[in-house]
Design a protein around this ligand. Structure first.
Ligand code: CA
Length: 438
């Protein structure tokens, strides 16, 4: 999806808060932005994760009734070119959806470790289903590759990650969910823009109001596009005159291909590959903002696992070093196509899952490094405590909101450096205990 709000907001346009942890926390998808530094700080195109709510936001009380809000919003929609009949048909019987409010305000205390997230994402049954669909849709996928330049295995992988190949698209009314979020969600302006876009989709006749279903955050169909992404990137590839990402696999896969192409996908290039990092390495370099050519990384001592060949032609490609579980876990050099996947969902865990799942369809994509399974992610309360202690120790971690973003990561690195530890910016219980005792 270009973004799934539910899983996050499907709004890829939302800015993702980044915390790896948050992302990893989501069951199917990481929901919050990744804490991994790889995630760009810009708004995410397709999907967007909701920003972590503040304590106060849980107490939000609308100043007007839903009916009052709807009357005011109707005027705005009409000014934006929505016809009265489109609006009234879409809003027929629409009420506030309490479950959407709950989902919007939930702040999970515990996060799922990245290795568990990957285990679920790369389940044998999903791999098997993906292989079968690669065969079943071989002719379509060949045409999509030719047209958009995006590898067929990645298209099928995104399809599997977003909706389990179309099986789990979300069954909530998109208009109702977005109206609820526009009325009393944490990001009303965003929801309102998505709602206008959703009304435009209805007005264009691509889908009927009853069939316009999606996640609680408004991510729709097999691609889990938010409405604005739908309007810019959905494709009618089967030629029936409607862009149907709900029931046409051809339209859904083409829409995904179009979106990835627009996100900078480079034909024929790999997403990245696993590497090993030497002891004594400067872990400040393991940050999404530090891009070097693959050749430069190799000169810095990064190597490939024994027996793994360097992808041909990759020496001069620009890469970042990704450590999904810190210095003790597996390491990857990730290239431009990995960044294109991040535009779909701004989570390094998600992009890694998509990349590895695509390889699993060809019986590769197995990780050689070991996950630090004794190092469980900090809970939300612990992350807040860590941030508070860091700032108290003169390592400015920014707002203590439980989100491990760029500021917190930098503070963690500085604290690690002062302790003589590898400065990987990864929050651990060991670091928290060390700060507590100082
Ligand atoms: Ca179509």
């Amino acid at each position: 999806m270009p973004l799934s709000l539910s899983r996050r907001w499907p709004l890829r346009q939302l800015t993702a808060a980044s915390s790896l942890i948050l992302l990893v926390a989501c069951a199917q998808h990481p929901t919050a932005a990744d804490a991994l530094p790889l995630a760009p700080a810009q708004p995410n195109p397709v999907v967007t994760l909701p920003i972590a709510p503040t304590e106060a936001s849980a107490e939000i009380q609308p100043l007007q009734t839903f009916a009052q809000w709807q009357a005011g919003f109707r005027e705005q929609a009409l000014q934006a070119g929505i016809s009265p009949s489109t609006f009234d048909r879409a809003f027929l019987g629409v009420t506030v959806d309490v479950d959407v409010i709950k989902a919007d305000r939930s702040q999970p205390e515990f996060s799922r470790p990245v290795w568990e997230y990957l285990e679920g994402a790369l389940s044998p049954v999903r791999v098997r289903n993906g292989k079968a669909l690669l065969e079943k849709h071989a002719e379509l996928l060949a045409r999509l590759e030719q047209r958009y330049g995006v590898d067929r295995s990645v298209l099928v992988s995104v399809w599997g990650m977003e909706s389990n190949f179309g099986q789990f698209q979300g069954n909530k009314s998109v208009i109702r969910s977005l109206a609820t979020l526009a009325y009393e969600g944490r990001r009303p302006a965003f929801a309102q823009a998505q709602l206008i876009a959703a009304l435009q989709i209805l007005q264009n006749g691509d889908i009927q109001p009853d069939a316009m279903r999606g996640s609680w955050a408004g991510a729709m169909g097999q691609t889990q596009f938010i409405p604005t992404t739908y309007n810019t990137h959905a494709v009618d590839f089967d030629g029936d005159g409607r862009r149907d990402i709900w029931s046409s696999s051809a339209d859904a896969l083409a829409s995904t291909a179009h979106y990835l192409q627009s996100s900078g996908w480079k034909r024929g290039e790999p997403w990245g590959f696993e590497v090993q990092v030497p002891t004594g390495f400067d872990f400040w370099l393991a940050d999404g903002s530090q891009r070097k050519t693959v050749a430069e990384w190799l000169q810095l001592g990064v190597t490939l696992p024994p027996g793994n060949p360097l992808p041909s032609g990759s020496q001069q490609l620009s890469a970042a070093l990704l450590l999904p579980a810190g210095a003790r876990g597996p390491a990857f050099l990730v290239l431009d196509n990995f960044r294109a996947i991040l535009k779909y969902n701004n989570s390094s865990s998600y992009a890694l899952a998509v990349s590895l799942l695509a390889e699993r369809f060809y019986n590769s994509g197995f990780i050689r490094g070991n996950w630090p399974k004794d190092d469980l992610p900090l809970s939300r309360s612990e992350r807040i405590e860590l941030q508070t202690l860091l700032s108290a120790r003169q390592f400015d971690a920014g707002t203590a909101d439980g989100i491990i973003g760029a500021n917190t990561r930098k503070a963690i690195r500085s604290a690690q450096q002062s302790l003589g530890w590898p400065a990987d910016g990864y929050p651990t219980h060991r670091l928290l205990e060390s700060l507590r005792s100082r």
